[in-house]
Design a protein around this ligand. Structure first.
Ligand code: PBG
Length: 307
């Protein structure tokens, strides 16, 4: 009666990794229980999640090295793995909520989220690529576009591009406060998308900063974001709370790959009780103020009826 916070299937978004091929399902070694699926198997995975009441998915592609280039052109090629996957999922499951990731890194030969010139990230040149990518996702059927690149001005640029092409109904979930974090390591293993040089500190946020998140969030809100996201989740619960108290927009939090890997590693060693640890983490992210949680635990908590 007096419990203040609940987590339900409606709050969860399941990130899914996709790979080329047929009947493929390969486990990510640093993320036990998480797989990369070829499109045919992706459809079956989405179906089994939908049967558990899990309806929202965020897709991430593992792109063959030979298709990567400096301008990430593979990201908007009509027959690319990613666009095919979006079309197939929306064709078979129109009622699924499909969130798509906009950033150059999975397709970039430099492994960065933006265009690189002489070791520097070119913010404004990147916006054009992001616009093409977002438009291609919308055309393929995406419900929500999620720019994870952290370039300045990209929410406004993407909003304008979508509106001009008749996609005013497609929402934007902006990665507003995305920190330059150590906790993305397993994700970069999953996609083979680690930066080829340097780090992401010129565009992702300094973990030492809290107030700066308000600047990023305000800009995204003014530019037309429909959701504001904080990422990672657990080390930044204060930032989730801060944004929650300063906006009327829904807040999303990304319980990232490294947070998942930590729990799985401890559980495998018999050091933590899995059910209790996972439900405590998800509850704390909701308590801090997130409405939506992107989490690799989404399916298992429903399958095991842990909520
Ligand atoms: C890249 C992107 C990253 C994640 C989502 N989109 C990694 C990065 O910024 O290097 C991380 C997700 C996770 O760790 O689970 N645009």
């Amino acid at each position: 009666m007096v419990q203040e916070t609940h987590v339900s299937a409606a709050n969860l978004i399941f990130p899914l990794f996709i790979i080329e091929g047929e009947n493929q399902k390969t486990e990510v070694s640093s993320m036990p229980g998480i797989f990369r699926y070829s499109v045919d198997n992706l459809l079956r995975e989405v179906e089994s999640c939908m049967n558990l009441g899990l309806k929202s998915f965020d897709l991430f592609p593992n792109i063959d090295e030979s298709l990567k280039d400096k301008m990430a052109t593979e990201s908007y090629r009509e027959e690319s793995l990613y666009l095919r996957a979006i079309r197939e999922v929306k064709k078979e499951f129109p009622e699924a909520c499909l969130i798509t990731d906009v950033a150059m890194d999975p397709y970039s030969s430099d492994g960065h989220d933006g265009v690189v010139d002489n070791g520097e990230i070119l913010n404004d040149e990147t916006l054009e690529v992001l616009g093409k990518m977002a438009l291609a996702h919308a055309r393929a059927g995406a419900d929500i576009i999620a720019p994870s690149d952290m370039m300045d001005g990209r929410v406004g640029y993407i909003r304008k591009t979508l509106d001009e092409h008749g996609y005013s109904g497609v929402s934007i979930m902006s990665y507003s406060a995305k920190y330059a974090s150590a906790f993305y390591g397993p994700f970069r293993d999953a996609l083979n998308s680690a930066p080829k040089f340097g780090d992401k500190k010129t565009y992702q946020m300094n973990p030492a900063n809290q107030r700066e998140a308000l600047i990023e969030a305000n800009l995204d809100e003014i530019e037309g974001a429909d959701f504001l996201m904080v990422k990672p989740a657990l080390p930044y619960l204060d930032v989730i709370k801060l944004l929650k108290d300063n906006t009327e927009l829904p807040i999303a939090a990304y319980n990232v790959s490294g947070e998942y890997a930590m729990i799985k590693a401890a559980v495998q060693n018999g050091w933590l009780n899995e059910q209790r640890a996972i439900t405590e983490v998800l509850t704390s992210i909701r308590r801090a103020g997130a409405t939506a949680i992107l989490t690799y635990h989404a399916k298992e908590v429903l399958l095991n009826k842990w909520l």
